[in-house]
Design a protein around this ligand. Structure first.
Ligand SMILES: [Zn+2]
Length: 68
C-alpha cells in the first residue's frame, strides 16, 4: 500500500514539472542575454561565456583557438 502512495506522489511531481515547463520557461532563461561563440558559433548565456578582446567564447579552449 505504501508503494502505491509513493507511486502516486512521484506521478504527481512529474506531472506538475511537465506542466510547468509547457506553460512558461523559467524567468532566468527569458531574461538572460544570449551571446555567440566567435569560434564555433554556439549560443550561450552571457553569464557562462568567456569575454576576450571584445569577442565572446563558449570555452577557454575556443578563446585560445581564436587568438592564434
Ligand atoms: Zn565555441
Amino acid at each position: 500500500m505504501a508503494k502505491l502512495i509513493l507511486l502516486a506522489v512521484v506521478f504527481y511531481i512529474v506531472y506538475s514539472l511537465v506542466k510547468k515547463q509547457k506553460t512558461a520557461p523559467p524567468p532566468a532563461m527569458r531574461e538572460e542575454e544570449m551571446v555567440r561563440c566567435a569560434q564555433c558559433g554556439i549560443h550561450l548565456p552571457r553569464s557562462e561565456c568567456i569575454v576576450s578582446g571584445g569577442e565572446t567564447f563558449c570555452s577557454d579552449e575556443h578563446r585560445r583557438l581564436q587568438r592564434k
